[in-house]
Design a protein around this ligand. Structure first.
Ligand SMILES: O=P(O)(O)OC[C@H]1O[C@](O)(CO)[C@@H](O)[C@@H]1O
Length: 424
């Protein structure tokens, strides 16, 4: 379903020379014998996920269908990015179906919170708070304020219907609070870290509440599990991508720019940045993950990519069939001289821009390009793509001799912040 192409990357080593190291990384993942092996629950999740909970997610979505104008999804990092990436990719950015989805609890910005608060005042709302620890400050602050707002607006029983908590199965502040208040709870599994959790309740509940067919998402996820379970590099595009990254790094590329040509995929890039950045960026190692949306950013970052320091390579995340398309109209007067495009499809123009840019960057600019192609931006493809990136990331990071499943560096800012906030 996903195709991977290195023919524009000018790799200076042979991918297949890495077979031994890849087989070892694959075995460590599947046999849970590598670094961070407490957090590899996602590897078998397409098969082993909790089917009973999955049905509860669908039931909650059905129960609340048509009852909210705005779905508030309160979380940060791995408890936020996947759900947003999924919903934006599959629904597009100006979806007219209800509910509107607003993400909150992912910033300390007072203006952001107050504007959302004012915006939802007269709207029917449902709130899904998502936090494994329950103590993440951005999320906990927003949740307290939203909870109070909802308690003013709705009865206790109605709050119990409209507030859903996704958290640890047994412990933690949020689990205790939810049980005490009588909210329905959904589980973030112990052995799946935040950035690998989008196809647990963390992402599936917001997706289902937003009207997305999560059966189809899980079908694509399971398909990827089958397609990518062979360690043979000839048969495994995710592992080819994992190796290509290391080869490009060996040739002096310190940054990987994930490029999409669809604005509704911009959050996929944000999700991908956390996945690779938190998994790989430690012990002074790693490729900096960054992103761009073309052609928009060709009018800003394009200059640097074309002629700036040769420190980066691009990974194009391309889509064969757009969700919607149209035809460019002809104009009798042609005052804007645009008639040369009359009758062409809008997506064809986007594809030609991509082709021209690839040639400009690769050939003239000497910037290697890896190409990942997906058939569309629909449910099955989303599920498939998640597993593709999970496996590619974990194996790529194992090849670097780094634990892909911890994030010790994230705690440093928190310590300083808590000291300044007077938390003991
Ligand atoms: O679900 P929680 O505990 O609120 O954590 C959210 C995010 O915070 C981090 O721990 C980093 O601070 C991420 O790894 C995680 O995805």
């Amino acid at each position: 379903m996903i195709k991977f192409d290195t023919s524009h990357a000018h790799l200076q080593e042979n991918i297949f020379d890495y077979q031994k190291a890849v087989t070892l990384a694959h075995t460590q993942l599947h046999e849970k014998s590598g670094a961070g092996n407490d957090f590899v629950g996602w590897v078998d999740w397409p098969k082993s996920y909790d089917h009973e909970e999955f049905e509860r997610i669908k039931a909650a979505a059905k129960r609340l269908e048509g009852q909210c104008d705005v779905l508030l999804v309160c979380g940060i990092g791995g408890s936020y990015l996947g759900a947003r990436a999924a919903i934006e990719m599959m629904r597009g950015l100006y979806c007219q179906n209800k509910p509107e989805v607003i993400f909150i609890g992912n910033t300390f910005s007072s203006t952001y919170f107050k504007q959302v608060e004012a915006y939802i005042q007269d709207k029917e709302i449902v709130l899904n708070v998502i936090s494994k620890s329950g103590t993440t400050t951005e999320t906990a602050m927003a949740f307290r304020m939203l909870k109070q707002l909802m308690e003013k607006k709705y009865s206790k029983e109605e709050c119990q219907r409209r507030i859903l908590a996704t958290t640890d199965k047994a412990r933690g502040t949020l689990k205790e609070l939810a049980d005490k208040e009588g909210y329905e709870t959904f589980v973030i599994p112990d052995d799946i870290g935040g950035r690998y959790s989008v196809l647990t309740a963390v992402g599936l509940l917001p997706m289902a509440l937003a009207g997305i067919d999560i059966d189809a998402v899980m079908k694509g996820f399971a398909q990827a599990y089958e397609d990518l379970k062979n360690p043979d590099l000839h048969d495994n595009p995710a592992y080819q991508y994992a190796v290509a990254r290391r080869i490009l790094e060996n040739s002096g590329k310190d940054a990987e720019m994930l490029v999409t040509y669809e604005p509704q995929m911009a959050m996929i890039a944000e999700w991908w940045k956390q996945l690779f950045g938190e998994s790989e960026g430690k012990e002074g190692k790693g490729i900096l993950p960054c992103s761009a949306t073309f052609s928009t950013d060709l009018h800003s970052l394009g200059q640097f990519i074309q002629e700036g320091k040769k420190m980066l390579y691009e990974t194009l995340l391309l889509v064969e069939a757009p969700t919607l398309d149209g035809t460019f109209p002809s104009d009798a007067e042609n005052l804007d001289n645009m008639n040369y495009l009359a009758g062409k499809s809008l997506d064809w123009v986007n594809k030609m821009a991509c082709q021209g840019t690839l040639e400009a960057h690769e050939v003239t600019g000497d910037v290697p390009n890896l190409i990942i192609t997906m058939p569309d931006m629909r449910e099955e493809t989303f599920g498939y793509m998640c597993y593709f990136f999970f496996k590619a990331c974990a194996v790529s990071v194992y090849l670097l001799n780094v634990n892909p499943f911890n994030q010790p560096g994230v705690e440093v800012y928190k310590k300083n912040m808590f000291r300044l906030l007077g938390k003991n």
